[in-house]
Ligand binder design. Structure first.
Ligand SMILES: [Mn+2]
Length: 253
């Protein structure tokens, strides 16, 4: 994000996009804001705002911002159009997630016609990666434990991250890649965050609702795509058991 000199700001309006908890809003330490506006497609959580546009039926906040611009006198330049395209593609996992609708595609068509951006070249930005990261994917695949309730989980240590030269954000960026595996109902990557002495958890589901479980472990998110953070391995194991139980209940229904 652009660096802002907060000292110069009086009565700032904080526009929060694509995140429902204040603790997860990046880069606002020291900012004195007078009011908040929300544009989001996550279920509402703790942020209090005078104006909220929250719509869980939208596939991405980028889709919402695109619609806002295209339906008002706001303008977008090429860079903005490119970023909105990338946001729409990545947040919907290339228009494959359940909240992708005909409206999403209509907005996309409108965006591409309006901006005339070279969109197929932009996939390079999203998907080109070093071979070491590909080897890390193989590591996850080889070490993912799948239990009798169709829960897949892996505990990734800081050493593992270092061995593959990837960072703490990498596992959560890769988790959608396990979306079409028959043997998995829910899968979770638990990554050691050595700096904060915590475990960062990403969760995806093809059945049970998981954000309610995540919310018990300092997290939240969408029904089928959520995240959490815990401090001890005991909590991690408790969390894994709870997810596994949810899988069993789902299968028994
Ligand atoms: Mn989003």
């Amino acid at each position: 994000m652009d660096k802002v000199n907060y000292e110069e700001l009086n009565n700032a309006l904080l526009i929060v996009v694509d995140v429902p908890n204040l603790a997860r809003v990046d880069g606002i330490e020291g900012l004195k804001y007078k009011d908040i506006m929300i544009i989001d497609h996550h279920p509402k959580e703790d942020i209090k705002a005078s104006f909220s546009w929250i719509d869980e039926k939208k596939s991405s906040a980028s889709q919402m911002v695109t619609e806002l611009i295209l339906n008002t006198k706001l303008k977008m330049n090429k860079k903005v159009a490119e970023n909105l395209f990338l946001g729409m593609v990545s947040d919907s996992e290339r228009f494959s997630l359940k909240n992708t609708t005909v409206e999403t595609i209509a907005t996309l068509k409108y965006l591409l016609e309006y901006s005339q951006i070279d969109f197929t070249s932009l996939y390079d930005v999203l998907y080109t990666r070093p071979f070491s990261e590909h080897k890390f994917i193989a590591f996850i695949t080889n070490n993912l434990v799948i239990d009798e309730n169709k829960l897949g989980y892996i505990k990734i240590s800081d050493e593992d991250l270092k061995a593959f030269n990837v960072d703490l954000a990498t596992p959560s960026n890769l988790i959608n890649g396990y979306n079409f595996i028959e043997e998995l109902l829910v899968w979770t990557f638990i990554t050691e965050d050595i700096k904060n002495n915590q475990y960062k958890i990403s969760i995806r589901s093809r059945g049970p609702i998981v954000n309610t479980i995540a919310s018990k472990y300092n997290g939240g998110g969408h029904k089928y795509a959520a995240g959490a953070r815990v401090n001890t391995m005991e909590e991690v194991d408790k969390f894994i058991k709870e997810l596994s139980d949810a899988c069993r209940e789902y299968e028994n229904k």
